[in-house]
Design a protein around this ligand. Structure first.
Ligand SMILES: *Cc1c(COP(=O)(O)O)cnc(C)c1O
Length: 344
């Protein structure tokens, strides 16, 4: 028995997207599997990508890297984007994780405890993590990756993209022995001179478009469905859900479906969201509650036990995110542990 809310992950679609990104960039793809593989399950995702030829992965947190190392064994390289935080050096080394060092305290902590293979983040304008180019350290033993991150990669016309790219090329030349990595998902589509030695896509592997809208070059990977728990006919004038969030102007048939905000259906979809049911988009009526949503299935052939799609092949992830006032990344990483996961 699966739970009413079910996340289906199509690993063949994931591998399609991985190879599509290799083809478009012409360089190795080092997948970003932080935040539990954008909510899809980091171990399952990385295991498949390893089998498809991925040789290095990026996570954000050390604990994410430790879990991945335990599952994947000693072969793949795993970089930790947080770097060497506090007294984490020994634990990082113990799990053969490579910190991406972001500032001098991290550099001192890593080398003070013995050093070893690591990366360096250069801040080319994001003003988040990393060394400013003018303050970056000289090349040193153990440095095997130099990287930077785009602030506006989802907007190809944004002039900052090229400014960052040129700044990165200039500083990266000071580290001839290190692998250079610059592009995230959006960056993979900005042109050959953005690819450098390896790219670091996340969202496009998981089916989100590089510009926040559906992209036909990528296949949907994640499908979130909810089971219809009950059907009812609501007469005109009656309301549905908390705070009378929807009042029927005419008789409506309502499907109460088993996914709510405790499953990751963002409450911002109240009144405005849509789902795919019985071959068509259909509105979410009233408030999203903790465990259920109400869907208008008036005139549709829907039965108790059917599944409606919150996003997937029919209701595309980016469209669902836009309707919820957010981005694909947040929809995916909002999926909660209560949701069952099924890998195809
Ligand atoms: C999250 C992240 C990525 C992946 O970004 P996408 O937009 O999902 O491709 C790449 N690099 C860094 C530094 C990141 O934090």
């Amino acid at each position: 028995m699966t739970a009413p809310a079910l996340l289906t992950v199509d690993l063949n679609a994931l591998s399609h997207n991985f190879h599509a990104l290799e083809a478009v960039t012409g360089v190795p793809v080092h997948p970003v599997v932080k935040a539990d593989g954008y909510g899809l399950g980091a171990v399952a995702v990385a295991t498949r990508l390893l089998a498809e030829g991925a040789r290095a992965f990026f996570v954000a947190r050390r604990a994410e890297g430790e879990a991945l190392r335990a599952a994947l064994g000693p072969v793949p390289t795993i970089y930790v984007l947080d770097g060497c935080v506090g007294d984490a050096a020994a634990a990082l080394r113990e799990a053969s994780l490579r910190p991406v060092l972001n500032h001098y305290d991290q550099l001192r902590a890593w080398f003070g405890s013995g050093g070893g293979a690591c990366g360096l983040q250069i801040d080319t304008g994001m003003n988040r993590l990393g060394f400013r180019p003018e303050a970056a350290p000289e090349a040193f033993d153990g440095l095997d990756l130099v990287m930077s991150h785009l602030a506006c990669a989802d907007a190809p016309v944004e002039p900052m993209n090229r400014r960052q790219r040129d700044a990165f090329a200039a500083v990266a030349a000071r580290y001839p022995a290190a692998l250079k990595s610059f592009a995230n998902s959006g960056g993979c589509f900005l042109g050959a001179d953005f690819a450098f030695d390896a790219v670091r896509p996340g969202i496009c592997l998981y089916g989100g478009g590089p510009e926040g809208r559906p992209d036909p070059r990528l296949k949907p990977v994640a499908t979130l469905t909810a089971e219809v728990l009950q059907l009812r006919d609501v007469p005109a004038g009656e309301s549905v859900g908390y705070s009378r969030g929807f009042v029927a102007d005419r008789p409506r048939r309502i499907a109460t479906c088993g996914a709510g905000y405790a499953d990751g259906v963002l409450r911002s979809q109240s009144q405005v969201g849509q789902v795919w049911a019985a071959g068509a988009p259909r509105p979410i009526l009233g408030r999203v509650s903790m465990d259920v949503i109400a869907v208008d299935v008036t005139g549709a052939d829907v039965a108790v036990g059917d599944r409606i799609e919150l996003f997937g092949a029919n209701r595309l992830l980016d469209d669902a995110a836009t309707a919820a006032g957010t981005i694909s990344y947040e929809l995916l990483t909002s999926i909660r542990p209560r949701v069952d996961r099924l890998y195809l």
